[in-house]
Design a protein around this ligand. Structure first.
Ligand code: NDP
Length: 300
């Protein structure tokens, strides 16, 4: 058996979008800096009419900013290409996927509704063996659409090939919660409901809308931040001790924690606060993304 790393073709659907530029390419840069031997071919696809040069520039500057070696940048940039594609069109997806080789990863950096429509199209496509699907949060827009999305994905590939991504869970501070709590003989014995009266999760951001007004207008801050990022962080914070650190164990314990939660008095109005954005400041500069509390509950 060869020790050579598996050749991976990473396809970013929505390559011209904000997530790709701000998180995915910098994330890839971090990975390749740490593991330069990885054999990755990057393919960007989106419905914008971008030139190969424009895409290559985007990849190159992300890798340069991420501190990759000159040789690593050259290798990735020389092998990368951009394809104009309607990801919701089964015939276009079939042709596109047939041309790819290696272990294929499809990363859906698309608006949630487009990701679903793209997967509906993939149901009519002969998928390459072992293809992996990475889906960004938010996963659907409500319980029903999330269940429909899960059912759709289950028709496409086995569960082990589906990756539902919430990048907050990859943040060092969140991952460190496990070590901070379970490997710490001072904190571990007192980290429980007997000793802790309440926990507040405060999400401060220096980020403004950054070109995401269209997405935000549709999704809203509640769905963007709370039901995904912050509830998952809460689940990581409060889970029972894992017997081992793997995806199934962590997911099961997080689900267990979420099942154990409930709204105060089972009343969404009494247990929430209404707020809206007004102009504000971030690090001294003017911003349009500051919460102003409009009404508070009887419980502070
Ligand atoms: P953007 O709207 O910036 O990017 C989406 C990209 O997909 C655009 O380039 C868009 O092109 C393209 N696209 C839309 N429809 C199609 C289609 N039918 N075929 C091909 N390409 C298409 O969104 P984001 O990058 O901000 O977000 C992508 C996903 O990531 C969303 O699910 C979002 O919730 C999630 N996410 C985003 C974060 C962020 O910080 N941006 C953080 C966490 C998650 P066009 O402009 O022409 O429509």
């Amino acid at each position: 058996m060869s020790d050579a790393p598996e050749a991976v073709t990473l396809v970013i659907l929505g390559a011209s979008g904000d997530l790709t530029g701000r998180l995915l390419l910098p994330g890839l840069a971090t990975l390749l800096k740490a593991e330069p031997e990885l054999d990755v071919t990057l393919v960007g696809a989106s419905d914008l009419d971008w030139s190969q040069e424009k895409w290559a520039d985007r990849v190159s500057s992300a890798l340069t900013d991420g501190g990759c070696s000159a040789a690593g940048i050259r290798r990735l940039v020389e092998g990368t290409r951009y394809e104009r594609l309607d990801v919701t069109d089964a015939a276009q997806m079939q042709r596109f996927l047939t041309e790819l080789s290696g272990q294929i990863v499809l990363y859906f950096a698309l608006p949630p509704a487009v990701s679903m429509r793209s997967c509906e199209a993939l149901a009519h496509v002969d998928l390459p063996a072992g293809i992996r699907l990475a889906i960004e949060k938010p996963f659907g827009s409500d319980l029903t659409s999330a269940q429909q999305f899960n059912a759709l994905l289950a028709r496409l590939v086995p569960e082990e090939q589906i990756f539902r991504v919430d990048h907050f869970l990859g943040k060092a501070t969140v991952l460190n919660l496990l070590g901070l709590r379970f490997a710490n003989r001072i904190l571990e014995p007192v980290w429980n409901a007997t000793n802790i009266e309440r926990v507040e999760f405060v999400a401060d951001e220096t980020l403004a809308l950054e070109g995401r007004a269209r997405y935000y207008d549709h999704a809203g801050a509640l769905k963007d931040m709370i039901q995904s990022h912050l509830l998952l962080v809460m689940a990581m914070f409060a889970l029972e001790e894992p017997a081992r650190l793997d995806a199934v164990e962590l997911r099961d314990l997080m689900v267990h924690t979420l099942r154990s939660t409930h709204l105060w008095d089972n009343d969404p109005v009494a247990s929430s606060r209404r707020a809206r954005y007004t102009a504000g400041t971030i690090e001294g500069g003017r911003s349009r993304r500051t919460w102003t509390r409009k009404a508070s509950t009887r419980r502070p």
